[in-house]
Design a protein around this ligand. Sequence first.
Ligand SMILES: *[C@@H]1O[C@H](CO)[C@@H](O)[C@H](O)[C@H]1NC(C)=O
Ligand SMILES: *[C@@H]1O[C@H](CO)[C@@H](O)[C@H](O)[C@H]1NC(C)=O
Ligand SMILES: *[C@@H]1O[C@H](CO)[C@@H](O)[C@H](O)[C@H]1NC(C)=O
Length: 269
Amino acid sequence: MRVLLVLLVCSELLSLALSSTNDAYPTGYGDELGSCAKNIGELRPVRREVYEGGQIIDITHQINPDTPTGTPEGIGQYLTLLLSMKNESDYNFSELKIPVHAGTHVDAPGHMYDHYYDAGFDVDTLDLGVLNGPALLVDVPRDKNLTAEVMKSLNIPRGVRRVLFRTLNTDRRLMHKKEFDTSYVGFMKDGAQWLVDHTDIKLVGIDYLSVAAFDDLIPSHLVFLESREIILVEGLKLDGVQPGIYSVHCLPLRLLGAEGSPIRCILIK
Ligand SMILES: *[C@@H]1O[C@H](CO)[C@@H](O)[C@H](O)[C@H]1NC(C)=O
Ligand SMILES: *[C@@H]1O[C@H](CO)[C@@H](O)[C@H](O)[C@H]1NC(C)=O
Ligand SMILES: *[C@@H]1O[C@H](CO)[C@@H](O)[C@H](O)[C@H]1NC(C)=O
């Protein structure tokens, strides 16, 4: 079945490449023919985080049963095969069940403000203009939570709208452990307030399940989410990525009524 699929995709690419001399569409598809041919017959999926020689970096964690979500257990069985070819069905057909604040995910204003929740400020209302654009990936000092003092020391210039904060959480590989660990690094209330008052940051990304340190879990979220202008992306996979300037691209699912959503984020150099 998969071989057939690969062959179909390959022949599609082939015909595109062969007929790419018209002006009905841009050329370039044919470039993929090489890698296409290589995969035929192998039946071994390739999983990777880096594409196009390092130009595209996936900063999303894979979802699997051990994906952490703030419990001791991880998310557990998140896929159920409703129809199976092993059971005489013509196709495999699965159902997905997953907490919206698991793994790499986004928070909507309704997460911590009940009146925003009631008014419908769900993930479907988040601004894709904020979730996509130039971004700074910064390493923060490893010996502190994200306080006003730490924020000040980073010297993030006015005009910077998207910052991904890499912390001790990445070094400790916390996102790779299924048990929720409350000792993660996050924003203290004064750090969140400093960022709101002294920067133009509208996208705050962090490398564990919550932007807010556990000790200030609610207050820091409230400071960030109050204006409904700041979007919080949590649980990013920043292992091995160089600090610097990138283009970030994050896309949440359009879940009506949901105050959070799994999100796919990539960086482009
Ligand atoms: C196959 O069908 C049997 C009988 O209905 C059911 O017990 C079993 O769970 C099914 N297996 C899968 C993989 O769907
Ligand atoms: C369908 O699901 C079964 C598990 O029941 C799996 O072994 C099989 O490889 C799947 N088939 C395809 C075409 O993905
Ligand atoms: C950050 O705060 C948490 C409590 O929210 C604490 O357990 C942890 O030790 C602090 N980390 C650092 C590096 O100070």
